[in-house]
Design a protein around this ligand. Sequence first.
Ligand code: C2O
Length: 512
Amino acid sequence: PTTRNFNFVVSEMDGAPDGFNKTMLVVNGLFPGPTIEANQGDQIVVTVTNQLSTRTTIHWHGLYQNGTNYYDGTASVTECGIPPGESLTYDFSVAEFSGTTWWHLQLTHVDTQYTDGIEGALIIHPTSYPSNFPTWDEDLVVELADVYHTISSTIVSEYLSGTSSPSGQSGLALETPDSGAINGIGQYDGSTNYFDFNLQPNKTYRLRLIHEGSAAQIRFSIDYHALTVIEADSTLTEPYTVEGITLAVAQRYSVLITTNQTAEPQGNYWIRAELISGLTVSGTNSDIRGIIRYDNSTDTPTTSTDPGVPNSGLSDLNVASLTPAISNTPPSSTKSYTVDFSIGVTSSGGAIAAMNGTSWTPLSGTSTLLQIVDAAKNGSTYAAEGSSVEPDNQFIITEDDIQVVDLLLVNTGPGAHPFHLHGHTPYVMGFGTGSFDGTGLNTVNPITRDTYLVPSGGWLMARFITDNPGIWTIHCHIAWHMAAGLLMQVNSLPSKSSQFDIPQAILDQCSA
Ligand code: C2O
């Protein structure tokens, strides 16, 4: 396998992605950060040097880290975080993974940091594509995000303490984004700086859309151009042509577009990234734009209202209609769990999340993985499912052989939540509003993906196979919710997780 080496330096700097100057936390001075591109089977080696005054980590969203759970980059779960001034080399294989994903910082409480800019694309090209899979001429990465002018540590502490936010919201109101960005460029307060792609006419482009934001859903479209979906998260799909796509935080889609439009205005078309935050505060710009140019056209598009794709009869993506390109009948489940969750309010008016009644709190000076490995060395069992020593930070301990787990996520509150389980790509068996009545599951050819939206007041059934040893977090990917404790851990194959030989550099972090 080819080894791909990267050096990431995490630092603080000032930047103005949308024209408003703010403090950012970035990798190598870039927002978004550097793209990691590799082929399936490669070894990826990233040395991360922390120049911040707080700890940091990098998590590789959606990757399996099979055999290297300690490099999953999740503070307090798989490591203690890289202390200020120190570095850590993450070293892992992508033999089993291919597709479009991203990397981001993952502290699991209080601090979110990736909101401030520590994020970037991660593209792994597969060894092969299915026969008859569509083809394209060129590959482009489109990184979308909601943008906040206030540093995330302030937003989060206000959210958790119930003091009013900079924009005057309080309690459970999500902090409303000030604007958004397409590949690091957005517009606020009249700014007319646009990210643009110069494309050649009559070609097919694959756009890899990645939602690297924190809270708002984003609807993506390109004036006059149909989007043919061919990938959802990192799963290749049957081609599905739509007018627009709404991405929840951390979701990805690859779409094909063909540059054969002749509609007015000729040669330049708006890319639209519309933030859907549920809240509008004056000053917010939710209408973020970029430009597709043909043949170096230099004009700015003049279309103000979204024209869609005229006369196409297309509508927006319906996630329930996504079908994997390589059909995969899921194995029957051998075990089921129900996890209900909601966001509540503390007596002081701050937000607090609960999953099965418990809000996740981070360990300090250690990680769950380290505790498990230490317990095994001392001949003791760390915790057993349902036992009185089951730690507060919540566990699902599965049996010691491979299980097929049906995880029913029940959202007992308002608002949809994008859930993500590390280290696995579950089958999304079904979802709906109201309570699950045992029906509505697709057992024939469900989509697999790593980030799925649990509907407001509804349910979602994720089926996954515990074939990857380690401690994996499952959490809502809305940054503020994660900080409020909407997170729990899954231990897959406990007897193997407890035998990991944790690299010395990770052990050293915890005592630093
Ligand atoms: Cu994008 Cu915990 O993951």
